[in-house]
Design a protein around this ligand. Structure first.
Ligand code: PLP
Length: 462
């Protein structure tokens, strides 16, 4: 038996990958241009394991088999986030331009942590951030970076806020505290836990808003608060806290104001709702997830600071091998809890650049219009009850007489037919239905027609 010896100077460990590249890029092209997005969803782990078999083997299975497995087994076992009938949680609706450029961004494999390595990409990301900063009404000296998601953005901003507080006063005996409403996103509690700080909740008013008075009461009676977190677009109900009054109170108490706009920050672009954000120009930090309502693919959160200096002080990592980094220039690494990073803002930048910001304005307004049409139809339907006047694009409603099981059955049936994905949530302690609109292709009339199935029969349990 002859053993084929590898040449010691053969550098081509991977062999010729041209065919593999062709197969993968061809697949990417087909998936990105596919329309409409297929409706699909998860399956049980054991069932999936059986269907998928083993792909990671000593010899490898080759590109054709791996792509076939992904296309026929793995991808269909994921929820199609982009389907225009997906109105559950916060769905997604990336432009095809952004999806295509995500592939380009991957192809270039840019290290976008430092200017020295990623200048061109960082310049473009900064241009996209500057558009957001302009919507906020912030000065041109504002700066930020893209991180993986709202959770990372909130954590990074709060770390900055605490470092800024700790630079000017001693740690309180009973520790540092964050003030927010109960309606704040769960990631604020996660951040507090990671930072070993306490969350003090302030009550919301009857409209579901955190108000200046409520924040003032907590700040007056509590010591050691280093940040107030207000939400611009609560995840569950799409409500915007009273930012203007909260900004007044934060200024008076000299406390950092962070605005979490992970979902609702996109509404800043829409003239019809822009007035709700008054006061945001005085926030110290802000996040918005372009992967939610700004038509970018996962994963993409824009983190912005009105003054980036405290963020640099809080986040710049030091090590002997990092001494060569030029700290006089814009290093995204210095502004959040990360070091290596992909240029995840590029797909968003590319889509903004090719389509123009006016189309973004139109797309956001279109989703707002669809949500208003659906809310109107619910209001006009004597079997249904609109629970909250929508401020953005989340619609909360119920069908009086129905209980949790009725909603679960209807939701599952409606998902199974592919008509719509609408899952129940809780509102004031009761099970209700929730629709979240972020996709300009969602057809309000189609949604309204599906909601008519909620009227059928007084005995929904069948
Ligand atoms: C979605 C959301 C987050 C968390 O964002 P991720 O990108 O999922 O980490 C934080 N805050 C609000 C208000 C959100 O809607």
């Amino acid at each position: 038996m002859s053993v084929k010896k590898e040449s010691p100077v053969d550098h081509r460990v991977w062999g010729d990958e041209a065919e593999i590249v062709d197969a993968a890029l061809d697949y990417a092209w087909r998936r990105i241009t596919e329309a409409p997005d297929p409706v699909s969803g998860a399956r049980p782990a054991a069932d999936l394991a059986l269907a998928a078999g083993t792909a990671v083997t000593p010899g490898g299975i080759g590109a054709a088999a791996a792509i076939k497995l992904f296309d026929q087994v793995l991808l269909p076992a994921t929820r199609s986030q982009n389907a225009s009938t997906n109105l559950a949680y916060i769905p997604a609706a990336p432009t095809r331009a952004a999806l295509a450029f995500d592939a380009v961004t991957g192809a270039a494999n840019i290290f976008a942590g430092t200017w020295e390595a990623g200048a061109g990409a960082i310049h473009a990301e900064n241009e996209a951030l500057a558009w957001l900063s302009g919507l906020l009404g912030w000065p041109s000296t504002a700066a930020g970076c893209f991180v993986s998601g709202g959770t990372m953005g909130n954590l990074s901003a709060l770390i900055t806020a605490r470092a800024a507080a700790a630079a000017s006063r001693p740690r309180p005996a009973d520790g540092w505290k964050i003030v927010c409403a109960d309606s704040a996103h769960s990631s604020i509690r996660s951040a507090a836990q990671a930072m070993d700080v306490t969350v003090v909740t302030a009550p919301v008013d009857r409209r579901g808003h955190l108000t200046g008075d409520a924040v003032d009461a907590v700040l007056t009676s509590t010591t050691g608060v280093f940040a107030v977190v207000a939400t611009a677009g609560t995840t569950n109900a799409g409500l915007i806290d009273d930012l203007d009054a909260i900004a007044d109170v934060c200024a008076r108490h000299e406390v950092w104001l962070h605005v979490d706009g992970a979902y609702g920050g996109a509404g800043l672009a829409a003239p019809s709702v822009r007035h709700r954000y008054t006061g945001i120009e005085r926030a110290d930090s802000f996040i918005v997830d372009p992967h939610k309502w700004l038509f970018a693919p996962y994963d993409c959160c824009a983190l912005l600071y009105r003054d980036p200096a405290p963020a640099r002080a809080a986040h710049s990592q030091t090590a002997s091998y990092l001494d060569a980094i030029d700290r006089e220039v814009h290093n995204p690494t210095d502004l959040a809890l990360h070091l290596s990073r992909r240029a995840r803002g590029l797909p968003f930048w590319f889509s903004l650049a090719v389509h123009g910001t006016e189309r973004y304005v139109r797309a956001v307004e279109r989703t707002l219009t669809a949500s208003r049409l659906v809310a109107d139809a619910i209001r006009a339907d004597d079997r249904l009850r609109l629970l909250v006047e929508p401020e953005l694009s989340v619609v909360l409603f119920d069908r009086p007489g129905w209980g949790p099981q009725d909603y679960a059955t209807w939701s599952a049936r409606t998902a199974a037919t592919g008509a719509m994905l609408c899952v129940p949530t809780q509102w004031n302690g009761a099970t209700v239905l929730r629709l979240a609109f972020v996709n300009p292709d969602t057809d309000a009339e189609e949604v309204i027609a599906t909601l008519r199935t909620l009227r059928q029969g007084d005995e929904p349990r069948g």
